[in-house]
Ligand binder design. Structure first.
Ligand code: BTN
Length: 260
């Protein structure tokens, strides 16, 4: 564990930095189960078993990215919890713009893209703890990778590839936690979900009017996005005019001229 000293706030009482962990999400979940307070932040310089969505792996070479997880104990109803990941995407987009001058897009629900390639992934997991159900919110940002394995080359990028500069991991974490805490406070207030959806929609080209293909576990939907539901689900209008509401699935942008 390293003694990094990031600026903290009321929501982020403690940041623990490890040289190496299997996964910051696993470590945060373990501590949440033991009763860790809301806002505990676990950072690792590398992850040996970084986890992505849909049981995928998240490559986490040493000092090449920001890999961290927060323990959250949201005080609002659980059907609004998906908004936490949308909110995290907003905070990442703001941090990359403020600290690296990198403009990004957010692919529903929460992949942050630079030039249509993924620069950040977000994984929220729920965990049962002695203090009630909690959320472990993990964020991985590719910072300094110059290249990616063959299978990721077409879809992944890093801040350094996009900007030509090597970002400081601590600067990015600080720049991210500030808007994160601000948006979390907003989300807790009446009208918060609508505000977070507006913030997300302002930073994403995927929320409205985008032709997409959605791979759900047992179906494929093709259609045009038509905004988000109050809980963050994506509305997609098919070519028969039917509105499908998507709560989980892999979204890809489809070029209008491409045959599916
Ligand atoms: C995705 O599939 O897009 C989500 C990737 C999430 C990766 C981060 S890195 C920090 C935290 N620890 C993990 O094991 N996963 C998340």
């Amino acid at each position: 564990m390293l003694p990094w000293g990031f600026g903290m706030s009321d929501l982020i009482p403690q940041i623990l930095v490890f040289d190496s962990l299997p996964s910051t999400n696993l470590e945060a979940a373990r501590r949440a189960i033991e009763g860790a307070v809301e806002g505990l932040c676990i950072v690792a310089r590398e992850q040996t078993a970084g986890r992505g969505r849909l049981q995928r792996q998240w490559l986490s070479p040493k000092d090449a990215g920001l890999y961290f997880s927060l323990v959250l104990r949201p005080p609002f109803e659980q059907n609004s919890w998906p908004l936490l990941t949308l909110m995290a995407g907003v905070a990442v987009a703001d941090a990359l713009r403020e600290s690296c001058a990198l403009e990004t897009d957010i692919k529903w629900p929460n992949d942050v893209l630079a030039n249509e390639k993924k620069v950040c992934g977000i994984l929220a997991e729920t965990v049962e703890t002695s203090l009630g159900r909690a959320v472990v919110l993990g964020i991985g940002i590719n910072l300094t990778q110059q290249s990616f394995p063959e299978e990721l080359k077409l879809e992944a990028t890093s801040v350094e590839i996009e900007t030509g500069h090597r970002p400081e991991v601590g600067v990015i974490l600080d720049a991210l936690l500030i808007p994160f805490v601000r948006h979390y406070e907003i989300l807790k207030q009446p009208g918060g979900p609508e505000k977070i959806i507006r913030e997300w929609s302002a930073r994403s080209t995927y929320g409205d009017g985008k032709l997409v293909r959605v791979d759900e576990s047992n179906a494929i939907i093709v259609g045009t996005t038509r905004g988000l539901e109050r809980d963050g689900a994506l509305r997609v209008e098919t070519d028969t005019g039917e509105i499908k509401v998507v709560r989980a699935g892999d979204v890809t942008s489809v070029r209008p001229d491409r045959k599916l």
